[in-house]
Ligand binder design. Structure first.
Ligand code: SF4
Length: 479
């Protein structure tokens, strides 16, 4: 089978629209907006209307405590209105860390001699997946460096391998990908393998910072090849795309504005916004001098404002806070609009079977994690905080993706599926994997949530499924 080699550096097109109008964005971020106008923008967001770049800039510039509190309150309300109180869970699986790039903030950069280079064998990959399944995971994101070894076919083969692993009647139900930008042909190949979201982070939308962080002559130095990649993915049928920026490289307000501009660009050209947005903050990494790259440190209060403002700006896009962040920050961020988190995360290659439960091996990681609590502990915290931990994968498997997902999300229908599916996947976890303390906390939430559901056919259907999961081997019952 011919392997689709990585496109030659000179073939990496500069096509696509460079919507990052830096002078305009920087001018917007200098502009002071009248508090009355800011309240109008907050009211528009409360109405679940997506915001324009100018409106997001006004919120980013709002520094009156009373207005900032209104932004936080609206983010809390929007989270409830659009996503209910479910939090979707996933785990990353790092497959290989060979990389041809030399990104100055990354432990896997090619010039870092301390990095332990490795690619999981098929047998090792299956072993990682079996471990993740035995702990209760159902949704994964597979992560690859950029290297000829990780061709679109290779990524597709890994996806098929992951889906083929079964532990009892459990298997992974959705595999997302975080890897290098691909060509149209490359995206078609991974789409055919049944991936969920294809995540490519721009890292920074600031042109000169981007050039400084991604040395000339490396594949990743091509700003436009990367910026245009979510568009290429959508054009190739991967209609769930994930955007992101690495916060700390350039100003947080500039990156936030650019992420919103990217979402608007996709919505205008493809009638579908990003499925998810991630906003990782720079973390310590092997061979990286943080103060040389983290020129724009993002403080915790700014980070929480960033999340709330993104919640108001892109109401139908999932917001992801990963285990990069310490548990206390993640706990707070959940209230302001975060809809997805990873849990029980290990990012050393082979980490799910080899890593020490209490310590991290930085030379085997891309960056240092802030939260390495086991899945059961994270789930118990979510339950005790009143959230419904969810392993739902229904939309993607029923074709409610991209534009179709938007048609369900915008009028709010999606909640009629999200909450019931969260309850049935939670029941699966409680029945098959939970510790006694987590099970007790889960039963309490199940009862609370069930009592909220209006009497009728739907309530009966949900109860029927929960009973079948509790009392039989039936699993994977979704709406
Ligand atoms: S950030 Fe990604 S592309 Fe850059 S060096 Fe690290 S693994 Fe390679």
């Amino acid at each position: 089978m011919s392997t689709l080699a990585l496109p030659d550096m000179n073939q990496l097109s500069e096509s696509g629209v460079d919507f990052v109008d830096e002078p305009y964005f920087e001018n917007l971020l200098k502009r002071k907006t009248d508090p009355g106008r800011i309240r109008e923008i907050i009211a528009k967001a409360k109405n679940k209307e997506a915001l324009e770049v100018e409106e997001t800039a006004a919120l980013l510039n709002a520094d009156e405590p009373e207005l900032i509190e209104q932004i936080f309150d609206t983010a809390r309300q929007l989270k409830k209105d659009v996503y209910g109180n479910r939090i979707v869970l996933f785990a990353p699986i790092y497959v290989g860390n060979y990389c041809v790039n030399d990104c100055r903030y990354c432990g896997f950069r090619r010039s870092n001699r301390d990095s332990v280079r490795r690619t999981l064998t098929t047998r090792e990959l299956r072993g990682q997946i079996e471990n993740l399944l035995k702990n209760g995971h159902k949704r994964l994101i597979a992560v690859f460096g950029e290297h000829r070894n990780y061709s679109p076919e290779y990524i597709a083969d890994c996806v098929n391998e992951i889906y083929s692993v079964h532990v009892g009647n459990n298997s992974i139900r959705r595999v997302n990908i975080n890897a290098a930008p691909l060509s149209h042909e490359g995206y078609r190949i991974v789409k055919e393998a049944g991936i969920g979201t294809y995540q490519v982070f721009q890292e920074t939308y600031h042109h000169t910072t981007y050039a400084r962080m991604h040395p000339k002559g490396t594949r990743k130095s091509n700003f436009m090849w990367r910026l245009d990649s979510p568009a290429r993915a959508i054009e190739s049928g991967c209609d769930d795309v994930g955007l992101g920026a690495l916060f700390g490289l350039a100003g947080w307000k500039f990156e936030a504005l650019s992420l919103v501009a990217h979402a608007i660009h996709l919505m205008q050209h493809y009638r579908v916004g990003p499925h998810t947005i991630s906003f990782p903050r720079i973390r310590p990494a092997s061979g990286v001098t943080i103060k040389e790259v983290a020129e724009h440190d993002v403080k915790d209060d700014e980070f929480l404002r960033l999340i709330a403002i993104l919640r108001l700006s892109v109401p139908y896009t999932g917001l992801i806070v990963t285990a990069r962040e310490p548990a206390v920050i993640r706990k707070t961020a959940l209230g302001f609009g975060v809809s997805q988190i990873d849990a029980g995360t290990r990012i050393e290659i082979g980490g799910y079977t080899e890593a020490d439960a209490q310590t991290q091996a930085l030379e085997k990681e891309q960056f240092e994690l802030g939260d390495i609590r086991p899945l059961d502990e994270v789930i118990r915290q979510l339950l005790n905080d009143g959230y419904i931990p969810s392993f739902c994968t229904a939309c993607y498997r029923l074709g409610r993706t991209g534009e179709v997902f938007m048609e369900y999300a915008i009028p709010g229908f999606i909640q009629n599926m999200c909450t019931p599916n969260a309850l049935t996947t939670l029941q699966e976890y409680l029945t098959d994997f939970a510790s006694p303390e987590t099970k007790a906390a889960g039963e309490k939430i199940l009862k609370q949530e069930f009592d909220k559901i209006p009497e009728g056919k739907r309530k009966f259907e949900i109860l029927d499924r929960i009973e079948r999961i509790r009392n039989t081997d039936e699993r994977d019952l979704y709406f």
